[in-house]
Ligand binder design. Structure first.
Ligand SMILES: [Zn+2]
Length: 380
């Protein structure tokens, strides 16, 4: 089955356009400041010193805000990929405003379509979480009930939080969005947020928000005080993932759960787009995991080997972003045929991920500390 899926996507690789995009690449970028670089001797996930090159001379093509060229290496022991050299923790990962590049200014029709999409989405979120997001159409709830892919994407953005559990404590590591934090609070959770830096002012300005800036290990939080820790879009950006997960294990109450969502290095999207896979995102992403390397890291951090994976059905956005990095032109209306091919490829990848969740674009893992692995789990 694996070979069939890979063969189909390999046959659909945009070789000609990829070569053209590479040929048109700009001159060498400005270097990253040398005093804000650090060199690793060992894999940050498992500590092994045995590695092999994965990609060399990558640039920040996704957001175009960071200077420098970057190399990913694959750890021969745990199969994770890591950036080396990499920016220091003090350097800050975002390097200025982080808007994604959009080569084409959307027209009136596109803007109206996007507004409709947002309103339908907000209608669904308001019904499920008791928020009052605007604009919103109540029809959005029924619109998304019958669309599992878009519903799964919304749930991913909100962190898949179980509702109706008042007075439970949630630690949100990474602070993915004020909307997700608002959804958790409206569902009865007492939320604490750990942000990697000060560049999320919307969260810092939330009333009564318990926000810490820095690492989990240094946040000064009480041990054994959280029922759920949500690490979404943050693990891949941690300089010390093992130490951070060990700190998370100490912060959980008996029976508590950690949920992690991170890009999947073994995804079909990565196998298809390779160095143009949007989730590589250097130099913001420092470590990228396969299911096996994440299992190993969780075990080393004191979490039980028993965990579940969900199917995030997230191939479409990943394929769109990766295609844009590959050819730089998919979103032009003139390339409607290419857009249709992207949708088909993403649909195929999603179908494959239904059969094998560890081929999905993201790994979604739930785990519990070893000491509480035999207790009743928190409901998903
Ligand atoms: Zn390793």
């Amino acid at each position: 089955m694996a070979s069939v899926c890979e063969a189909v996507l390999e046959a659909a690789r945009p070789r000609r356009l990829r070569a053209r995009a590479l040929g048109a690449r700009a001159a060498a970028p400005r270097p990253w400041p040398r005093h804000e670089l650090e060199t690793l001797r060992r894999c940050p996930a498992c500590g092994s010193s045995v590695r092999r090159p994965l990609y060399v001379s990558l640039t920040d093509r996704r957001r175009a805000t960071a200077p420098g060229e970057w190399n990913f290496h694959t750890c021969s022991r745990c199969t994770a990929a890591f950036l080396d050299p990499r920016p220091t923790a003090a350097a800050g990962l975002m390097r200025g405003a982080p808007p994604l590049r959009h080569p084409h200014t959307p027209g009136w029709l596109t803007r109206q379509a996007r507004r409709l999409t947002v309103a339908l989405r907000n209608g669904y979120v308001n019904r499920r979480t008791d928020q009052r997001l605007r604009p919103a159409y109540r029809l959005g709830y029924w619109w998304h009930v019958w669309r599992p892919r878009s519903r799964a994407r919304i749930h991913a953005e909100l962190g898949w939080l179980p509702a109706g559990r008042p007075h439970r404590r949630l630690l949100d590591v990474g602070g993915q969005s004020p909307q997700a934090v608002g959804a958790a609070r409206s569902s009865g959770w007492r939320v604490t947020v750990v942000l990697p830096d000060h560049r999320r002012p919307a969260l810092l300005d939330m009333p009564d928000a318990d926000v810490h800036v820095g690492s989990v290990a240094d946040a000064g939080l009480s041990q054994g005080s959280f029922d759920l820790i949500n690490v979404q879009g943050a693990l891949e950006r941690m300089h010390r993932p093992l130490e951070e997960l060990e700190a998370c294990a100490r912060l959980l109450r008996p029976g508590g759960t950690i949920r992690i969502s991170t890009p999947n290095l073994a995804s079909l999207g990565h196998r298809h787009y390779r160095r143009h896979w949007s989730a590589l995102d250097p130099p913001r992403n420092l470590v990228l995991f396969t299911a096996a390397s994440l299992d190993r890291l969780l075990g080393s951090a004191g979490f039980s080997a028993t965990h579940t994976r969900d199917v995030p059905l997230g191939a479409r956005q990943s394929f769109r972003d990766s295609e844009e990095l590959t050819t730089g032109r998919w979103s032009s209306p003139r390339y409607w045929l290419r857009r249709a091919s992207i949708e088909l490829k993403a649909l195929f990848a999603d179908a494959c991920a239904l059969l094998r969740p560890d081929w999905g674009e993201r790994l979604v893992v739930t785990a519990r500390p070893v000491s509480s692995a035999t207790t009743v789990p928190v409901a998903a």
